[in-house]
Design a protein around this ligand. Structure first.
Ligand code: AMP
Length: 172
């Protein structure tokens, strides 16, 4: 995986001082990087998957490609007031304040096997909120897939007993 890691750019102090930002655009722009990322992420998945849920915004880059490869559908989880029909929403705490995410109520069927996808797992707060949304709609979370995992923020522990796969892990 080191060849993929080399394609990820880290940007210090973005979007604010003290944050090291893991920029996946440099991975995506390389044909080899994009293809290998999607291929490897699909290898870890327990099939069958009915639906891949992508988290706005960078999850939207990966989730449809994974869904296509898995023969599944794609469902967006969005920031508030973006989805036009009836929604289920969840609020979760950030370092400062709270954030809210929404999903269409009819987007996930009872008992459907769902894969949740995002670019990066940090503290796990975002992913945990999406797990709650999917389960409220009756879906079964069959797994969570991330390109990057920041081990030191312990998102995996926060998420608990789900099948979590990440391609590139960072220890500091
Ligand atoms: P968390 O809820 O703490 O796991 O944060 C995960 C979400 O925030 C993902 O949607 C990421 O895109 C974004 N994110 C958090 N930390 C970083 C980081 N250091 N670099 C890039 N994206 C990040």
């Amino acid at each position: 995986m080191d060849n993929l890691k080399r394609m990820i750019r880290t940007v210090p102090d973005f979007p604010k001082p003290g944050i090291q930002f893991y920029d996946i655009t440099t991975l995506l722009k390389e044909p080899y990087g994009l293809r290998t990322t999607i291929d490897r992420l699909t290898e870890f998945v327990d099939r069958p998957i009915d639906t891949v849920v992508g988290i706005e915004a960078r999850g939207f880059i990966f989730a449809p490609a994974l869904a296509y490869r898995l023969g599944a559908g794609f469902v967006p989880v969005r920031k508030p007031r973006k989805l036009p029909a009836e929604t289920e929403s969840v609020s979760y705490s950030l370092e400062y304040g709270t954030d809210t995410l929404e999903i269409h109520r009819d987007a996930v069927g009872e008992g459907h096997r769902v894969l949740i996808a995002d670019d990066l797992l940090a503290t796990g707060g975002t992913a945990k909120a999406v797990v709650d949304l999917v389960e409220r709609l009756g879906g079964t979370v069959a797994g969570l897939a991330f390109v990057v995992e920041l081990n030191f923020l312990k998102g995996r522990e926060r998420l608990g007993d789900y099948k979590i796969s990440s391609l590139l892990q960072y220890d500091e």
